[in-house]
Design a protein around this ligand. Structure first.
Ligand code: GCU
Ligand code: CA
Length: 386
């Protein structure tokens, strides 16, 4: 509850029994429902971009601004970025009750681990929220956790300079009957030593912290309360990060990157003269396969997308029901990357895989399969990137 700027060690649990939880009030909440986790995998950068896009006036939860714990500027707002998910961007002041090194906060945090021990600031990544509604009003003009189905050890994602960690609600900021000029429950922007260390932020209780740029995304509801002890709460929290990214990414309606191993059908591509997309042999995927002309240089060109740049494996699903291989040059974005043999298959209904490693750029790439013999290419069904 105290930090670089806030030296009081206050045990304020008595103030926690004030208000009953209220229904969430924002328009965004009425319009969305909680979405189950999908198999699609979202990156931290994608989710942060989605969160920031949803940090709009229409989604603002508080009507009075919060105080940046480090700079004291009254410019921090909380936004509902998806159903039951709340985000703010502020400072990170380091919660050590003003001591450095920290005596590990034993006996001083508002919330406890699953064994009833105060949370250890060096062991558990946690964030700090106001202890009460400063204005003593309901609904609170500020973001007051009790009105939003948030409890001790409530999970959050924390983002800072390209890093993303899991964190839990670990401590509260002084109630309004205990305020000083720079220490009250309207502050937002404080976290534990461990949270700072994981995000690469200086973690000294007296000289550490950052003034701005830390985004905290809180996931409300009982299923997002993290259990564990000082010894394993960090691991238990980090284990939820990808699930949280995927859940939030899906509920914000984002488009996930093509998962590793994405398959692209040949029939989404184009053919050189004389080729056709056919469906007269069994076992193809999608709506058909590429049948190039029987000629040297006949090709099929398939657009693919890659989530990231780098060397990838292209696996072509093909069929060659003749008695001779159908070797073909593989080019990527116009540059030849080698020749694949495409050996014969038992018949035209039997499909095999031929693979080659090639460099891809992030985003769209054009793959061309170019026959090097008079037969043209084998029938090409699809290409998979992995
Ligand atoms: C047959 C077969 C085609 C194939 C062609 C070829 O006509 O039905 O699917 O493309 O042979 O030899 O290329
Ligand atoms: Ca053919």
């Amino acid at each position: 509850m105290s930090s670089t700027r806030t030296r009081f060690a206050v045990v304020a649990a008595a103030a926690l029994a004030l208000a009953a939880p209220l229904a969430i009030r924002t328009a965004a909440d009425a319009a969305t429902t909680h979405t189950a986790v999908k198999a699609d995998s979202f990156t931290a950068a994608q989710v942060l971009a989605g969160v920031q896009a949803n940090m709009t006036t229409a989604n603002k939860v508080n009507s009075k601004p919060h105080i940046n714990t480090m700079t004291r500027a009254q410019n921090v707002n909380v936004y509902q970025v998806a159903s039951g998910v709340y985000a703010y961007t502020s400072s990170m002041a380091i919660d050590t009750d003003g001591s450095d090194p920290d005596p590990d906060h034993q006996g001083q945090t508002t919330w406890q681990d699953s064994n009833g021990k105060a949370l250890g600031a060096h062991h558990v990544p946690f964030y700090v929220l106001g202890d009460d509604c400063w204005d003593r009003k309901s609904p609170c003009p500020h973001f007051f956790f009790k009105e939003h189905n948030i409890k001790g050890r409530q999970f959050a994602l924390m983002f800072y300079k390209g890093k993303c960690i899991g964190s839990i609600f670990g401590d509260t900021q002084t109630a309004n009957d205990q305020t000083t000029s720079d220490n009250d429950s309207r502050e937002l922007g404080e976290a534990s030593v461990k949270a700072a260390q994981l995000l690469g932020i200086p973690s000294s209780g007296t000289t550490g912290g950052v003034d701005n740029g830390v985004t905290v995304v809180m996931f409300s509801g009982p299923s997002w309360v993290v259990n564990g002890t000082n010894a394993n709460l960090n691991a238990n929290t980090q284990a939820l990060v990808q699930k949280a990214l995927d859940d939030l990414g899906a509920s914000m309606g984002g488009t996930p990157p093509p998962p590793p191993g994405s398959t692209f059908e040949a029939e989404t591509g184009t053919l050189s003269a004389g080729g056709t997309f056919d469906s007269n042999h069994l076992g193809f995927t999608g709506t058909g396969f590429a049948n190039t002309a029987n000629a040297v240089g006949a090709f099929v060109e398939i657009p693919v997308t890659a989530a990231t740049a780098g060397t990838k494996t292209l696996s072509f699903r093909y069929s060659d029901g003749t008695t001779a291989a159908r070797p073909a040059t593989i080019s990527v974005n116009g540059t030849s990357r080698g020749t694949l043999n495409f050996p014969t298959t038992a018949n035209w209904d039997t499909w095999a895989t031929a693979s080659i490693s090639v460099p891809l750029t992030a985003g769209t790439n054009t793959i061309r399969v170019i026959g090097t013999t008079a037969g043209g290419t084998a029938n090409i069904d699809s290409v998979t990137i992995s």
